[in-house]
Design a protein around this ligand. Structure first.
Ligand code: UTP
Length: 408
């Protein structure tokens, strides 16, 4: 991109301030800045100005989950179907590890966090141990795709290779980087991180499939004959990955996506719940759940919106390819964004100072035709680490790991 082209683009989106230091930059820095301006999608940034209308929900109705008793009654059959799919190489796993983990506040990628007490036990290690259980059960390796971002790629790759993938087979581990998005102040003006760099952050976990494609990994998916991708978050240390029973249930029910869910602890628990939106599967966030929906009952007299998602989804791969063209909504999230002030000094704010723009994996569900919400026991499969202490923290996850017999 030439300087004139950059000026025209910036003028169109009211971002001319990004060239403020252009004249004093070295040739290399000028080039880097122009390249970043060219690569940044600025059309999305005005969304921050009408935040409330950015994501609008349709008509919400209940979507029944497959509950524990039904799962128990069919466990053998579901598990056999799942194991068969894994042995045939039809299942891959996708670890979403591109987030910044700002709430945990560690400088390293979240997966490098040591949850051990008397020994070292890293979050990545917990997850790989869980996946290895299935590898042993099925007697087959499962391709593991690891999504990182520009901010943590090198550290993640180095850590996992240095630790020999905690016993996983190296040729079955594949890294790919997600895309970045510009971060802005509350008026939609892009912050600068230095005189020649825009402030950026990972563009949310919803871009994982597009990023896999952009990084050429779908060729491998096709060649290996992978038909199902189990996407999961880095921060749930009790996460069951490529769970044969879950895979078998989703296949037998002819759904194109399965979603692990837990029974809500209380009607107002802060968790997104499965539902139908305009007749299609969807997730309604806790802050979108009206009083009326919160108190609605199903035919059994149970709460109608009672199953929260835990960021563990099984997607039919070919459905995702068909979906690619459709637009995903954008979520505008308030965050702490490092920036340079008017004297070009780098400031790391203590409080949120602007917006990040993110696509979320849960929005992919609504683009698909059928979804099986699959109940799991919270105390056995859900121990997320978001914070250092308190709710969803290192402390609470340690207690749950111990409860499940993991030596810390
Ligand atoms: P969170 O929503 O907890 O975000 O991510 P985060 O960035 O990790 O943490 P905070 O909010 O800054 O404290 C849920 C999952 O999605 C992944 C995370 O790595 C985690 O597994 N994620 C999130 C990505 O892979 N990319 C993103 O851009 C955001």
């Amino acid at each position: 991109m030439t300087l004139a082209q950059a000026q025209a683009k910036l003028q169109e989106y009211g971002q001319e301030h990004l060239l403020k230091y252009y004249e004093e930059l070295t040739g290399e820095q000028q080039e880097a800045l122009l390249a970043q301006i060219a690569a940044t999608d600025m059309s999305i940034l005005s969304a921050g100005q009408n935040k409330e209308t950015a994501v609008q929900k349709g008509v919400i109705t209940p979507l029944a989950a497959m509950e524990l008793d039904e799962i128990e009654a069919n466990k053998e059959s579901f598990t056999a179907t799942g194991i068969e799919a894994i042995r045939a190489g039809k299942v891959g796993a996708v670890l979403l590890a591109g987030g910044m983990g700002t709430r945990l506040g560690s400088d390293n990628p979240k997966g490098m966090y040591n949850v051990g007490i008397t020994r070292e036990l890293y979050i990545f290690e917990c997850l790989i141990n869980n996946l290895l259980d299935v590898v042993r059960q099925a007697d087959a390796w499962i391709h593991l795709f690891v999504m990182t971002s520009d901010k943590n790629h090198e550290a993640t790759v180095n850590f996992l290779t240095e630790h020999d993938y905690f016993g996983y087979k190296g040729e079955y581990v594949h890294f790919f980087m997600q895309e970045m998005a510009a971060a802005t102040d509350y008026n939609g003006k892009i912050y600068m991180e230095s005189k020649y760099q825009l402030s950026t952050s990972p563009n949310g976990n919803g871009g994982w499939f597009v990023s896999m494609k952009n990084n050429g990994l779908l060729d491998l998916v096709h060649k290996a004959g992978i038909e199902w991708l189990n996407v999961f978050a880095v921060d749930n240390v009790l996460q069951r990955i490529a769970d044969p029973c879950f895979i078998g249930a989703t296949i037998q029910k002819n759904c194109v996506v399965g979603s692990k869910v837990v029974r809500k602890a209380a009607p107002d628990e802060k968790v997104g719940v499965m539902c139908l939106e305009d007749g299609r599967p969807s997730i309604v966030e806790y802050y979108e759940l009206t009083e009326e929906l919160m108190n609605a009952k199903d035919e059994k007299g149970d709460p109608a919106y009672n199953f929260g998602v835990i960021l563990n989804y099984l997607f039919k791969e070919d459905s995702l390819e068909q979906m690619m063209a459709s637009n995903m909504p954008l979520h505008i999230v308030e965050k702490k964004i490092p920036y340079i002030d008017e004297n070009a000094r780098l400031i790391k704010p203590e409080e949120p100072n602007g917006y990040k723009y993110e696509g979320l994996v849960l929005d992919m569900i609504h683009q698909l035709d059928s979804c099986l919400p699959f109940e799991v026991v919270r105390s056995k499969e859900f121990a997320p680490i978001k914070n250092k202490t308190g709710v969803d923290s290192v402390e609470s996850a340690r207690a749950l790991l111990q409860e499940n017999g993991v030596i810390l």
